[in-house]
Design a protein around this ligand. Structure first.
Ligand code: GLA
Length: 448
């Protein structure tokens, strides 16, 4: 009874009652856009699901597929319904959905919060309930990615960004309540305009932080930079979405990409450890062993899908490598030193944003998840092996735009006063805490 009154009050006050507080891990799957833009049909999409199954990606959790734009006819019918494109999906949409279900892959929806999708197809603004019913009738049941093109005038919406995107959140709730089903995951694609990390977490499980990703290092670097100023909004329930993956897009993709393997590793590491959705965006029929080795890095996927820890890694030094004590925000040289926690241990991500090889050292106790006075086993999550024991410091050597993904687990008290390089450790963690470091009789260790 009490619960009913609370729910009624929530509904009356316009507070979104169902999506809020529903825990959702980042979504893993496939999205057609980075590989094909609008140039695909049902058979090509099904071929991706088949490849996902045959290469073990489905078993690792990549288990939904979004037809990203351009999948219907250009006009609604006279009753306002989306019309199936029987040329590109000859058996109809329900059959197509069944064709991917055979590979253990569900279907997810794409639409836009405007008159048209970005590709110029009918979009769901004003048709939210109707389109959700259609997608459901096609067997689509996982996620709605909701774009931001062809926005109606203010005198039609009479809403700000929050209210405009809340329309679909409410419609998703109505559908779930009507059929007593799990609500679609709602993923807002508003490109980071108007700081969606301030408002999208109230209505969605994901929000794009960036304009469209491209398969070039400059784009990957700028998105990592954007993540460094919005990572705090990510938690177990909702995630900043860094956009679909470009892993595999060297010599292919739309546009044709030129990402080196090091850049692809960095891209995947940053997305996975930031708890972004992991949506593959390359033609998997041509996937090389190197591409698959990146996409199937289970150690990173496990952290992305951590059932107990929802926070994204946080940068512990901002600015570029050669000036890391100052907040010199720069989209070309995003934060190189990141850390956080996971169910499996403390996690460090070190990125060489520079164009030449670097030795990159850091102090473990700069990260809250590592305890001072303890030493740590270090596991390299790209080499997939134990690489040593860290006492206070660790240094990695990284090629241009490459990454280290390290998992640290407690290995007991550190040996008295001894650092890995043989020098003496200070009795308090460096750097700033040393200023107040004192013995039990109150005398400071450092003076001046
Ligand atoms: C926008 C989105 C992309 C993709 C395209 C489809 O650009 O940001 O992710 O969905 O539209 O046209």
């Amino acid at each position: 009874m009490k619960e009913a009154i609370v729910l009624t009050l929530l509904a009356a006050s316009g507070v979104h009652s169902r999506n809020n507080g529903v825990g959702k891990l980042p979504v893993m799957g496939y999205d057609t856009y980075n590989a094909f833009a609008c140039d695909y049909d049902g058979a090509l999409a099904t071929a991706q699901a088949k490849a996902m199954s045959e290469t073990g990606l489905v078993a690792l959790g990549y288990n939904t597929l979004i037809l990203d734009d351009c999948y219907t006819l250009r006009e609604r019918n006279s009753s306002g319904f989306l019309q199936e494109d029987r040329t590109r999906f000859p058996g109809g949409m329900r059959n197509w959905t069944q064709s991917i279900h055979r590979y253990g892959v569900s279907a997810s929806a794409y639409s836009s919060n405007g008159h048209k999708t970005c590709g110029g197809y009918p979009a769901a603004y004003g048709h939210e309930d109707q389109d959700l019913e259609v997608w459901r009738s096609w067997g689509w049941d996982r996620m709605v990615k909701y774009d931001n093109c062809y926005i109606p005038y203010d005198n039609i919406t009479m809403e700000n960004e929050f209210g405009r995107f809340k329309r679909m959140a409410d419609a998703i709730d109505r559908l779930a309540e009507k059929y007593d089903e799990e609500p679609f995951v709602y993923s807002v694609c508003q490109w980071g305009w108007e700081n969606p990390y301030n408002w999208a977490p109230r209505i969605s499980q994901g929000w794009r932080i960036d304009p469209d990703v491209k398969p070039y290092w400059s784009s990957i670097a700028s998105i990592i930079y954007l993540q460094s100023i919005s990572y705090q909004a990510t938690n177990f329930y909702q995630h900043g979405d860094m956009d679909m993956l470009e892993v595999g897009n060297n010599g292919q993709g739309m546009p044709t990409g030129n990402l080196t393997l090091a850049e692809q590793r960095t891209h995947f590491t940053a997305w996975a450890l930031s708890k972004s959705h992991l949506l593959i965006g390359t033609d998997l029929r041509n996937a090389t062993n190197e591409t698959l080795a990146i996409l199937t890095n289970k150690e990173l996927i496990d952290i992305n899908q951590d059932p107990h820890e929802g926070a994204a890694l946080a940068p512990f030094r901002v600015g570029s490598q050669d000036n890391f004590n100052h907040a010199t925000y720069n989209e070309s040289y995003p934060a190189p030193y990141w850390a956080g926690n996971s169910s499996y241990g403390a996690v460090f991500m070190i990125i060489n944003t520079m164009n030449e090889t670097q030795e990159m050292g850091f102090n473990l106790t700069e990260n809250w998840a590592v305890r001072a006075g303890r030493k740590y086993n270090v596991r390299d999550m790209w080499k997939h092996q134990h690489v040593g024991v860290a006492i206070r410091n660790w240094t990695v050597s990284l090629g241009p735009h490459d990454v280290a993904a390290l998992l640290l687990t407690d290995a007991g008290p550190e040996p008295a006063q001894e650092l890995a390089d043989g020098s003496l450790a200070p009795p308090c963690a460096l750097p700033l805490l040393a200023l107040q470091c004192a013995s039990s009789n109150g005398s400071y260790v450092y003076s001046g």
